[in-house]
Write a protein that binds this ligand. Sequence first.
Ligand code: ATP
Length: 238
Amino acid sequence: MSLLSIQSIDARHGLLRAVNAVSFDCDQGDILALVGANGAGKTTLLRTIAGVHAPHSGHIVFDGVDVTGLRAAARVHLGIAMVPEGRRLFGSMTVEDNLRVAAIRARPGSWNLDTVLDAFPQLKPKLRSPAGQLSGGQQQAASIARALMTNPRVLLLDEISLGLSPIAVDQVYQSLQTLVATGTTIILVEQDLGRALKFSRRVMCMLEGSIPLQGNTGEVTREQILDAYFGLGRETVH
Ligand code: ATP
């Protein structure tokens, strides 16, 4: 049985069908990159899995439990956490308080303030600083660290490199390797295709709410992905 099963999910904004009958499964430790053009439906799909956006139809089954009707907070408690695009930290609160607040809903597990700071050492000197005063890279690190404080089994990452310098992006991805080593399942939306393919083990390409192409990263070519990205091909690689 897979850890996370997305079953024929349809998610809408009013009359607009942003996610159209999407189905896929994730096992524990899967690292899945979700790529596609602006407006393809990636964020809506992540938000639907996190429970922030209610689907129109379909089911989300996590560890054998149908969580489709559960609120986001209940899903966090079960082990589904999301790092939203744009970080969304409490800017006037210190970094430490941002992290500790997240721990209130935590599942038991190996992540706590100490282990999170080991994974994101750049946050150590900033613990007492208001989160809003951090650089973009530090804020992104804090945002991921905050999600880790809940001890997720599935982590949803939305555009974590957006607006960051290449060095800051390198640092964030380096820290994510610690997470990979723990066997956490990761679904990430990443605009940088090269980085997405390097980091992930599976790639799914989204186009107008559907997934025309998915496969193991070693088995799909950049050309196939770009074709699917722009709607030039309709193939599935297994
Ligand atoms: P981006 O990379 O630009 O964030 P995306 O692939 O994440 O794109 P979504 O943000 O999920 O795509 O958007 C999918 C579709 O839903 C787009 O047509 C978008 O305009 C629309 N949409 C997204 N959020 C809303 C909203 N809150 N209200 C209305 N329409 C929305």
